[in-house]
Design a protein around this ligand. Structure first.
Ligand code: COA
Length: 343
């Protein structure tokens, strides 16, 4: 009996319309366009206006992914996000309702910048277990809502957006099939990137919560080193399990955290920089959205072709990381131009 595999059948993305440039940031904090570009590769990013929530971005991206897949039917919705609309309930059911998907199971996966890979593997697992025949997998974050807009160590990096894919049941040897998957975590590093207050450990509705505890803090240098190490290690492992060499990889799509991280991972793996996809220049770090947003942009630029061997890898707060290999499907159109409207 052939194993049931998850096969990529649709893709879409959405970003909010407001563009914030490095020059805009330099007007409100001690930084410069030159510093941000050279240290991170980011020139501009998209930022939600008050009133736009993660589910608005997720619904727009999900609708485009469903359009691109034709009429796939949806058996479940899995959303990777660290910025849910509310602490309770989860964002998944809100998104499923917004997409008129009836009473399908819908839930959130919390792995911050690795959130899309965690959601993707969860979706593939639902298909393998025959709990669903097709799954809408979304990575979505209104991440700027947890970043101090005046903190020069985080505000230039993070941004907002959503990306989505449709997975359907298929066979492991057809184009579009997810191949090998690896997820990992190290909670001993939980304080490398975190928002201290607002959860059950330090409740924000008690007035003593400090302003800095309500926003994201990050030990940037340590995050940088760990991201390169973990993304490289996990990529090597999934490539070996797939039976691919680094020379086989047509496109490396890493979590868009920092162009220097992406280049360091590519160099350590021995994947030429021309095969390492980078769109962080205009997206910033959109957390769980970054990989599907990058894939959708790569489709729009004609960088992905039927049968291409694709390597995905991410690292994020938790800490969490992972890597996935897949082949690119025969036909996967981008549903419309890059989405700039959230709702
Ligand atoms: N503008 C200007 N100067 C800045 C600055 C900014 N936005 N942010 C920091 N600096 C200053 C620092 O104060 C420091 O000054 P000092 O030398 O006088 O102390 C100097 O620039 C270097 O800071 P440092 O933190 O060592 O820079 P860096 O090269 O490590 O780059 C990051 C900082 C955050 C860009 C980098 O560490 C990084 O990208 N880390 C990973 C972040 C990430 O990917 N997070 C998400 C993971 S999912």
């Amino acid at each position: 009996m052939t194993a049931r595999a998850a096969v990529l059948a649709g893709i879409g993305s959405a970003v909010p319309p407001r563009v914030v440039t490095n020059h805009d940031l330099a007007g409100r904090m001690d930084t410069s366009d030159e510093w941000i570009r050279t240290r991170t590769g980011i020139a501009e990013r998209r930022v939600v206006d008050p009133g736009t929530a993660t589910s608005d971005l997720a619904i727009a991206a999900g609708r485009r992914a469903l359009d691109s897949a034709g009429d796939p039917g949806v058996g479940a919705v899995v959303i990777g996000t660290a910025t849910p609309d509310h602490p309770c309930p989860a964002t998944g059911p809100i998104v499923a309702a917004g997409l008129d998907l009836g009473t399908v199971p819908a839930f959130d996966v919390g792995a911050v910048c690795s959130g899309f890979l965690y959601a993707l593997v969860t979706g593939a697992g639902l298909i393998a277990a025959e709990a669903a025949d097709s799954v809408l997998v979304i990575g979505a974050d209104a991440f700027t809502t947890i970043v101090d807009p005046h903190d020069r160590t985080t505000a230039p990096i993070f941004a907002d957006g959503a990306g989505a894919v449709v997975l359907r049941a298929g066979s492991p040897d057809e184009p579009g099939a997810l191949r090998e998957m690896l997820l990992a975590s190290d909670g001993l590093q939980a304080d490398l990137i975190r928002v201290a207050a607002g959860g059950s450990r330090q409740r924000s509705h008690h007035t003593e919560a400090l302003r800095e505890d309500l926003y994201l803090t990050m030990r940037g240098g340590e995050v940088f080193k760990n991201a390169v190490l973990r993304m490289t290690e996990s990529s090597r492992t999934v490539l070996a399990r797939t039976g691919w060499s680094t020379a086989d990889v047509d496109l490396l799509v890493g979590h868009q955290a920092n162009v220097r991280i992406l280049h360091a991972v590519a160099e350590q793996l021995g994947v030429g920089l021309e095969r390492a996809y980078v769109n962080i220049g205009h997206t910033g770090n959109t957390a769980a959205a970054s990989i599907p947003l990058a894939l959708d942009d790569a489709v729009g630029e004609g960088r992905l072709h039927a049968g291409d061997k694709v390597l995905l890898t991410a690292f994020g707060a938790g800490t969490t990381w992972g890597a996935v290999t897949l082949t690119w499907p025969d036909r996967l159109s981008r549903a419309g131009a890059p989405a700039t409207s959230a709702a």
